[in-house]
Structure formats: structure tokens, C-alpha cells
Design a binder for this molecule. Structure first.
Ligand code: PLP
Length: 390
């Protein structure tokens, strides 16, 4: 797309018009009330397949209770950054739990997944280093790479031969090479080949950051994520997870060795220069982790339902991807995707039309995300409507 002209003001307006013409303009559409798997907007009841609140934890009584108690005890805000007076025992309790879940020595909280990725890359890489990332990696990694001034190299999506070729060709040009992947991809819902990536990382003497934004709470024992599930906790230097998706809260954390966490406390600018997460948010995140850690496999039923929906859509002749609770239906053009999304909404189902630049040109799709609060009837209903309108 290239950068739009930003000056004078008319060129900003012209940019918006152009986005309109290309069916790429982003707009907000507020909802009146959101519950897991459902929402009310414009007076209509809608089945919501667009949220990342996969386990419906945002409304769970224990999360709400702990959040309310934290407000009563500590008030609404944390008052300062962690390195000043904003650092509460609660933050440390959450970090201990997160590290335990991820099987690492220590963990560090960030105020969002976006800030975690930006802070990590800025802190861990510099001019003499390279970041080698999957082609479909989340935008926060791209932004972090820019801030780090490291060279950003991309390997083909989930393609370890492409990764090996880049490392073979370029490893010796750089001091450190940080490989970055998501364990469950946010737009394709598919799974990274973590074992082979770890093997290449060792072979070429690199480090590895795995973003488990969509795996935490869903995959592996106690929802620990795919790194733990594969028994790779010792191999992956930095395991990032968010509280904003399956855990029904807000914020993120990275699990790592103690020394690396101490290093990040001293260098990650998005950690140092931002106010600590509010006590209620931290308390709710603690309750969410405890909820997951009491369950051997919190994502099991959800993943089975997702597989069932994928089969129904495939049987209807649609191109469906993914191996997770995220189910992309590839429709091709932006225009068609928007139309299908709009028709589904008219029939009471909200999905997300995802268009370039978020996904490659010609690969526009409806992104469906499942939640444990969806009934089998609602899932069947969605499949029927999609069959109908495509
Ligand atoms: C959502 C997401 C993030 C950002 O997390 P937030 O907590 O929403 O800021 C980072 N990485 C991936 C892969 C994501 O899907």
C-alpha cells in the first residue's frame, strides 16, 4: 500500500476516500453489551464469533470477585510505573504463577501483548543483530523490530526449509539472531512447527521468542500453551503470553530465565516508561491463571467443537484453514469478504472480515473464533448461514 501522504489535511481525507473505494476503510462499531459468545448492538441480539474471549472467562464469577476485591483494597489505578511506587505484591504473585504455568524460572508483566513484543525486541536486539520472523507474524513484532534497529528477515509461513535457508545464508552476518514465531497464528489459526524451529535455533546458535497470545489457556496441560505441550519450555528463551484473549482480562507477560527477566526490567522501554497494570486487572488475571491451572485441559472441548465446524464448512465446499479455535474461511477478494460478513451480520452472526494489509492480497477471509459459550445449535446455525450466503 505504501505510506499515505499525511499533509496537508486534504490528503488525509483523500486517503480515507481511497480506502473506501478499495473496501479497506476501517471503522468502529460499538456494541451495547458483550457477553461471552454473544452481544447486543443496535437493539439486536447477535451471536458473536469475533471475540478472543475463547473460554468466556471475562464474565467468570471468580475473576469478577477478585477484581472487585482488589479495587476495594487498592483502588482503581496503580499510581506509577513498576520501578516507582506502582509495584504491588499482586504483580509479583501474577508473575510467579505465569512463570510456573510456562515452566520457566521467572516472568515479567507488560501492559499489553503489543507492548510486550515491542519492548522485548527493542531490548533484546540492536543494530548488529537480526530478527528472523515468520512472514505472517503479528504487527507488534514488526513494530518492535523497527524500534530495535535490527535487520528484519522473514521466512515463509511455517516453512522450516525457508528458515534454514535464511539462517544458512545470513547467520554469520550478525551477532545475535532472534527467531520469532507465533505458536498459534492469529489470522490463520494454524500451528507453528516448534520442534523443528527449536532444532534450527540450536544448530545455528540463535535465540527464540514464541508468541503464545492465542495458545495460552487453550493448548497444553493447564492451558500452558504449545511450548509446554511440546515439552520445549527449556529450549525456548522467551515465551510470551497474553491475558487479553483466552484469559478474559488484559495485559501480557513473558516467561524466561531469571537473569533475562532482570535484564528486561533494566532495558525494555515499554516496561520501564509505562504505568503498572491496575490492581483489578492483575487480580482478575491471577484468578484466570488459577482457573486454568485447576483444569487438566481447559481448551479440549473448544478445540473439538472447532474441528467439527471446520469439517462442516469443508463439506460445504469452502476453503477453511487452521487447527485451533480460530477458523479462517478464505474467500479471496476484500469486496466479497465484506459482503459475506455483512450478510451474516444481518442474520445475527458476527464474524470478522479480515482484509489486506492484515493478510496478503487475494487472501481476504472471514475469521471465526469459537467460544465455549457457543451452543452446538449456534455453531450449526453459523455453518448453515455461511453455506447459504457464499
Ligand atoms: C493480540 C495479539 C497480540 C497483542 O496482544 P494485546 O494484549 O491485545 O496487545 C500480540 N501478538 C499476537 C499474536 C496477538 O494475536
Amino acid at each position: 500500500m505504501g505510506s499515505p501522504r499525511t499533509f496537508p489535511a486534504e490528503s488525509r481525507l483523500a486517503f480515507l476516500k481511497e480506502q473506501d473505494a478499495r473496501h479497506l476503510r476501517r471503522t468502529l462499531s460499538p456494541v451495547t453489551m458483550r457477553r461471552p459468545g454473544h452481544l447486543t448492538a443496535g437493539g439486536e441480539e447477535i451471536v458473536d464469533f469475533s471475540s478472543n474471549d475463547y473460554l468466556g472467562l471475562s464474565r467468570h464469577p471468580s475473576l469478577r470477585r477478585r477484581a472487585l476485591n482488589a479495587i476495594k483494597e487498592h483502588g482503581s489505578g496503580s499510581g506509577a510505573s513498576r520501578l516507582m511506587s506502582g509495584d504491588l505484591d499482586l504483580h509479583h504473585e501474577l508473575e510467579r504463577l505465569f512463570a510456573e504455568l510456562k515452566g520457566k524460572e521467572a516472568a515479567l508483566l507488560f501492559n499489553s501483548g503489543y507492548q510486550a513484543n515491542v519492548g522485548l525486541l527493542q531490548a533484546l536486539t540492536g543494530r548488529r543483530d537480526a530478527i528472523v520472523a515468520d512472514r505472517l507474524i503479528h504487527a507488534s513484532i514488526i513494530d518492535g523490530a523497527m524500534m530495535s534497529r535490527a535487520r528484519l528477515l522473514r521466512f515463509n509461513h511455517n516453512d522450516t526449509e525457508s528458515l534454514a535457508a535464511i539462517l544458512g545464508d545470513k547467520r554469520s552476518d550478525f551477532d545475535n539472531v532472534l527467531i520469532v514465531t507465533e505458536s498459534v497464528f492469529s489470522m490463520d489459526g494454524d500451528l507453528a512447527p516448534l520442534e523443528e524451529i527449536c532444532r534450527l535455533k540450536d544448530q545455528f546458535g540463535c535465540e527464540l521468542l514464541v508468541d503464545e497470545a492465542h495458545a495460552t489457556g487453550i493448548f497444553g496441560p493447564e492451558g500452558a500453551g504449545r511450548v509446554e505441550q511440546a515439552g520445549l519450555g527449556d529450549k525456548v528463551e522467551f515465551i510470551m503470553g497474553t491475558f487479553s484473549k483466552a484469559l478474559g482480562g488484559f495485559g501480557a507477560a513473558v516467561a524466561a530465565d531469571r537473569a533475562d527477566v532482570d535484564y528486561l526490567i533494566n532495558t525494555a522501554r515499554s516496561f520501564i516508561y509505562s504505568t503498572a497494570l491496575p490492581p483489578s486487572v492483575v487480580a482478575s488475571n491471577i484468578a484466570a491463571l488459577k482457573y486454568c491451572m485447576q483444569d487438566k485441559d481447559p481448551g479440549k472441548e473448544l478445540l473439538a467443537e472447532a474441528e467439527r465446524l471446520r469439517e462442516m464448512l469443508q463439506d460445504a465446499g469452502l476453503t477453511v484453514r487452521g487447527k485451533s479455535q480460530i477458523i479462517p474461511v478464505i474467500l479471496g477478494g476484500s469486496d466479497r469478504t465484506l459482503k459475506v460478513g455483512r450478510r451474516l451480520l444481518q442474520r445475527g452472526y458476527r464474524t470478522v472480515p479480515v482484509r489486506p494489509p492484515t493478510v496478503p492480497e487475494g487472501r481476504a477471509r472471514l475469521r471465526i473464533s469459537l467460544c465455549t459459550a457457543h451452543t452446538a445449535d449456534e455453531i450449526n446455525g453459523l455453518a448453515e448461514e455461511i453455506r447459504d450466503v457464499t
